[in-house]
Design a protein. Sequence first.
Length: 356
Amino acid sequence: MSRNIILFICLVLIVSFSSAEVRTSSFLYDTPTAYIEKGVFYEGTIVTTFTGTDDPYPIDTDVHLMASLFGKLELTISLLTFRDPTITPSIKYNLIGESRILPAISIGIINLFASKYISSVGVGESTVWKDDSSYIPEYIRSPEQNSFYLVFTKDFGAWGKYNIGFGRGSFVGYGPRSRQFNTDRFDNWSNIHTDAIGMFWGVDIELGYGIRGGFEFDGRDFNVGIKFKKVGFETTLVASKLEHKLGGSPNFAPRIDLSTTFNSHFIRRMPSPPKIGAIAGTVIDRDTKEPIIVTITIEGTDLPSITTDAEGRYSITLSPGTYTVKAETEGFYWMEKKVYVRERMSTICNFDIERK
């Protein structure tokens, strides 16, 4: 078993039993960026959230499958929670690619065609984490269905990657602090709109050795995270709803999100099985038609010669290509044949050689 396969199994086990709001590698942590992978790209992400034993949902796991096309279009299918599985699609489109001066700009919709109220733990207005449920009914939750957003992302190299966006639904906070950052604030919340617009932002900085760290406000929660990225996979650890420890609700603890992503680059870098074929045949006496024992040599190669068995049979495994096969033994004229070997196929090369 190759090292890459062993690594894949170990990381999946780590995610499955450890500790979900992180979505795909194109997200900063819990907020979308304007970036979309170039070419044809696909990935799968497993996300597990740990909240603690006093929450009705102490551990929850989501799965996200994403595909992107040519740096312009990204489609994601999410399976939210294994207790009451809910499938919801999301889409993102890149309007403007990043340049030396301008940021990348994209629009998208999360929870497309989903139920009116949807979260990582299920469907329904009251189906939320324990800390979020403490805001209801005092504060009105904005429906997450068709959460449209506009996002700007600019990478300043060693100075970090900066992300800011505006969106409805999932990006509109309804807690005593997060609701300060949506458009109902301008009306002093005298009228609560289900289509209010919230703001999200974040910073992500390269720390070295494939590690990035950063923080964000996703419109509802303040998150701090760290990522480890190698070719083909990425694992992310996030402390979500950190505002509980920053003067928010001391009775609640932050949630811990752990996600692991494997993408198409991982599959491409895994070693391919060797391409091999074979040459096989039987050697007989031309006059008597009886099998004979001869030496078989593949001319022009370093492959060792072999001897046919008592039935005159032989078989040689080798790479695809064109070869010259020579059969010779004492008392007979030698004979050569040119054959072409195909991958995963056995080419028949029989000889009937003549006595001297």
